[in-house]
Design a protein around this ligand. Sequence first.
Ligand code: NAG
Ligand code: NAG
Ligand code: NAG
Ligand code: NAG
Ligand code: NAG
Ligand code: NAG
Ligand code: NAG
Length: 574
Amino acid sequence: MTKIYLLALVVVYNFCFSAGISMNGVSTIPPVLNIGAVFALNSTIGKVAKVAIEAAVEDVNSNPAILGGTKLKLTVHDTNYSRFLGMVEALTLLENETVAIIGPQFSVIAHLVSHIANEFQVPLLSFAATDPSLSSLQYPFFVRTTQSDLYQMAAIADIVDYFGWRNVIALYVDDDHGRNGIAALGDKLAEKRCRLSHKVPLSPKGSRNQIIDTLLTVSSMMSRILILHTYDIWGLEVLNAAKHLRMMESGYVWIVTDWLSSILDTDSQLHSEKMDDIQGVLTLRMYTQSSEEKRKFVTRWRHLTRRNTLNGPIGLNSFGLYAYDTLWLLAHAIGAFFDQGGNISFSEDSKLSELSRGDMRFSSVSIFNGGKMLLDNILQVNMTGVTGPIKFTSDRDLINPAYEVINVIGTGSRRIGYWSNHSGLSVVPPEALYKEPSNRSASSQHLYSAVWPGQTTQKPRGWVFPNNGRHLRIGVPSQVIYPEFVAQGKGTDKFSGYCIDVFTAVLELLPYAVPYKLVPFGDGHNSPKRFDLLRLVSEEVSMKRKKIFFNLVILFAILANGGFLVPCRSMTLQ
Ligand SMILES: *[C@@H]1O[C@H](CO)[C@@H](O)[C@H](O)[C@H]1NC(C)=O
Ligand SMILES: *[C@@H]1O[C@H](CO)[C@@H](O)[C@H](O)[C@H]1NC(C)=O
Ligand SMILES: *[C@@H]1O[C@H](CO)[C@@H](O)[C@H](O)[C@H]1NC(C)=O
Ligand SMILES: *[C@@H]1O[C@H](CO)[C@@H](O)[C@H](O)[C@H]1NC(C)=O
Ligand SMILES: *[C@@H]1O[C@H](CO)[C@@H](O)[C@H](O)[C@H]1NC(C)=O
Ligand SMILES: *[C@@H]1O[C@H](CO)[C@@H](O)[C@H](O)[C@H]1NC(C)=O
Ligand SMILES: *[C@@H]1O[C@H](CO)[C@@H](O)[C@H](O)[C@H]1NC(C)=O
């Protein structure tokens, strides 16, 4: 008899618990919690994230230690690439008493949806919106569960500095994501005393011809260090156009943000023509340390994507790992929220009801009363996932930002090193350095050597004189007084002599090419007057190149006037 009572009690207790009815009859913990997800299902990141998040929901729901009897009910909405759809889909999700939204994927949409999240106090957890400006206090309900591009840009600035380049050109998609990322790059380069010499925006939906026009402008500029910060589908198009314009040849350096490594990871059978377009490119990949959890998940991935092999297998990219951990992070936070006595309840938004038009589409959207409390729990999560230890800093960034530096070679890619916020560039995995104090001295920075565009291992010089058909013209006295110093070959435009040898030897030593032309000056019999030449020069030479020209002119003029070797040697080329 007692046993039966006990059994009944257990059954009743379990029922009450799982139905979320506490013993005093007040509903606290519901049996089902609605969570939403908005991202572009057909994108490189989106198609991986969908599989990862669904797997995580399954895992959380089958593990009663996390949320007791409560089950998560995930609703996934496709934003495609549209900002407008992103807004509408988020609002639609909120109509169904959603406690948190995973996403959005695009920073541009995150800027818009964050306002909705603030209004209805529903936390947004984005595993892919990397725009640094989303960290701002303007968006309290936006939580970035991946690395901010602030760190990716710091990594790029360190790479530029490491190779000794000083001026770079940034090509970027002209929206919030591109602009704010490049603004961060500019700051990070400045910290390294490097310069973003040109910012070149690309239209988010630019045609092939627009891309070509833009690249032609870039090819006439001085810098050969090109940073490309855009999205998957347009990025490959830009690199393909660059290849056709011969901007993938030796001398050029392309550093491409992590959209490219995501494509390489996801699309393991990337068409060989596309691989040809990107030979020698450097790209970054968010670094996640190896662990038992990660290894298991990678093994499981093949099984998870077996059904989705319509367009070839879907490879796992690092955003997929962050997407999986995002759902777990949310589950842990909800667990802590319940432990603290949090209630799932919603109330009417007075702003909406004041409008009080019966036909308002979104009048049924209401405020999540526990939103602030859930948000606090999210920011306090301390767990280990497939991406490694997960915690937020006081600036709401994930701890330990780190990247792998990838060099595209042949049919694959090779890791030439790591970057971490803690110790900069290294060839050992970052976690090996976390125990030691941070050492960012130049001598502690290392990368393996790269194969650059044009299949060369020689480090590109980084810039050339602008390729606009103009040469530096060097006035050479045409006279026969000191042929050992300067002499013109009879009937040719070739010059020889000690001064010419010194000049060409100096040019060889410069870290960049200087196209020049030696122009005879004078009638060939009398010593030309130095001031005639100077006057000619100051009339003709553009301000920019005056300095080098003047020095050379003076060098030759001195020779013309008697050939003093001392001033000749002390002259500096600038
Ligand atoms: C999804 O992307 C593939 C190529 O990546 C494209 O062929 C297809 O049309 C896209 N589908 C939709 C619905 O946008
Ligand atoms: C997604 O957007 C692309 C381009 O804007 C369009 O071609 C495609 O049809 C859209 N797909 C869906 C499912 O709406
Ligand atoms: C809201 O929930 C209802 C019932 O579960 C479902 O039929 C409907 O599709 C949901 N709406 C959205 C936008 O998820
Ligand atoms: C949850 O609801 C119960 C009963 O209505 C209330 O006593 C408790 O204070 C609420 N908890 C929070 C955190 O609001
Ligand atoms: C986070 O968890 C780790 C390991 O579980 C523990 O060592 C550490 O003290 C925790 N940190 C905080 C701030 O709770
Ligand atoms: C990155 O490093 C800087 C300077 O050392 C530090 O202030 C910042 O908190 C670090 N960021 C993270 C997310 O660890
Ligand atoms: C940093 O690393 C360099 C090279 O490994 C070493 O010479 C230097 O002493 C280190 N500095 C500190 C402060 O540890």
